[in-house]
Design a protein. Structure first.
Ligand code: GLY
Ligand code: MN
Ligand code: MN
Length: 438
């Protein structure tokens, strides 16, 4: 399941169609990042660069020049190098970029300082996302100054810098068929990883052992990396929203919250499930869980074309606040608790986010100051939660330290939405049954 070169090419063409005449776009690859001394983090391509090329190497720059007769797409990349390839693996080289990636013209990255100023000369606009890579920002300044210094010889430096993010990220926000297929599979692998963890869980298992079980399942299914650091929080650790230590034993009588998703060919899954360590919800755990589940299902029901982004969030606030009042955790009226934000002691994040190549994916949430309507092809998470701090003395002790979040990934379709992550159960009875059988 790979995205075809034809698709990558089509994306470059669509982006170029949105560019003004006599303009140039510059899109850098990701970089290798040192972890410590000679050890590096696994390479992860820059999402914008990958979206437009499928090229998975560092030290590369894609240049788009709509209308250029000699070729509209130019790539700079590492040369082939026998010795380096023995140590670190295959490089496509400029010849491979042209042959295998449908690039019109490719050069060694060592030539970028010589050739890019020539490509910039005479262009009116540069499309470039400034502020991501300091080195390239400085190189571009240097190239512009070089052109300015040659103005008496007739060189003309561009007059406008346009942030590339907007047109490119609007494209990334609406997923094409190939992306939908990958995200369905990423959702399924992520979900089945959670199922494995549910089956393994029992009192005394370490948080990191559930993480290991999930990552093992991801890797065995072609996803060597998760899309983000896995969260496994037992008991009150579930109330720390970005808890990634995952270092404690799971206790009988506690819940455990797992937020984990795989990355498949650079596309993310993002799922949270919360379940009882011993396989049975207590009354208090069940009450909170059922409330979060009710909010989550209502929000999924609401997610369809035309609904505004914030309406989905507002629905979660309404249902969770109503429920917290019913349970006696909030004591004001519904309107007061919503307008004064009383619910924020228990629900301090938003309903979700766009999902795609980045787990918190690109794309604006507002257009001209207004929350945007959902459209077919968007993928978002729906992830309400309730987190009752262990030191919250305003609530009865029996509630304290309970943290629950339930998160699924949904694709907006013509008529509503499709849940991409339904292969892991979320009903109380289903979870208890699965754990009993595990
Ligand atoms: N896993 C990150 C998030 O849910 O937003
Ligand atoms: Mn999420
Ligand atoms: Mn998540």
């Amino acid at each position: 399941m790979k995205i075809s070169q034809e698709r990558f090419k089509q994306r470059r063409i669509s982006l170029m169609e949105q560019m003004a005449p006599e303009s140039i776009a510059i899109i850098p690859s990701g970089q290798m990042i040192t972890r410590n001394n000679d050890a590096e983090y696994p390479f992860r391509q820059n999402s914008d660069f990958y979206y437009l090329t499928g090229f998975n190497e560092p030290e590369a720059v894609l240049v788009l020049l709509p209308g250029r007769k000699e070729g509209e797409t130019v790539m700079f990349c590492r040369d082939r190098d026998k010795l380096m390839e023995i140590w670190n693996g295959y490089r496509a080289g400029p010849e491979g970029a042209v042959r295998d990636y449908a690039i019109d013209e490719a050069h060694s990255i060592a030539e970028v300082d010589n050739i890019l100023p020539q490509l910039l000369d005479g262009m009116l606009r540069i499309y470039y996302s400034i502020g991501q890579y300091d080195d390239l920002d400085q190189q571009i300044r240097h190239w512009l100054n070089l052109i300015r210094s040659k103005s008496r010889q007739g060189a003309v430096a561009p007059t406008e810098l346009v942030m590339l993010d907007h047109p490119l990220h609007e494209m990334r926000l609406i997923k094409d068929e190939d992306e939908v297929a990958l995200m369905r599979r990423a959702g399924e692998i992520s979900a089945l990883g959670h199922v494995q963890a549910m089956k393994l869980c029992k009192p005394g298992v370490m948080e990191y052992q559930l993480e290991a079980e999930i990552l093992h399942y991801f890797a065995m299914n072609g996803c060597r990396q998760p899309a983000y650091s896995t969260i496994v929080g037992g008991g009150e650790n579930a109330c720390i929203l970005h808890y990634i230590e995952n270092s404690e034993p799971l206790q009988n009588g506690d819940l455990v919250l797992i937020d984990a998703g795989c990355e498949l060919d650079n596309y993310a899954g993002d799922i949270t499930r919360t379940f009882p360590v011993n396989g049975h919800f207590s009354d208090e755990q069940k009450a909170i869980y059922e409330l979060v589940l009710k909010a989550q299902k209502a929000c999924i029901e609401l997610a369809k074309p035309g609904v505004l982004w914030h309406e989905v969030h507002d629905e979660s606030v309404k249902i969770l606040t109503e429920g917290l009042i019913e349970l006696g955790l909030l004591t004001g009226s519904l309107d007061d608790e919503i307008s004064a934000g009383g619910y924020r002691d228990f629900y301090m994040h938003r309903i979700g986010h766009w999902l795609g190549m980045d787990v918190h994916d690109v794309g604006d949430y507002k257009i001209d100051g207004e929350w945007r309507p959902l459209r077919p092809g968007m993928v978002m998470t729906v992830e309400p939660g309730i987190y009752i701090a262990a030191d919250n003395e305003k609530v009865e002790p029996r509630w304290r330290g309970i943290g629950v979040r339930i998160e699924d990934d949904v694709l907006i379709t013509e008529s509503g939405c499709e849940v991409l992550t339904s292969a892991v159960p979320k009903e109380v009875a289903e979870i208890e049954q699965l754990m009993a059988a595990g």
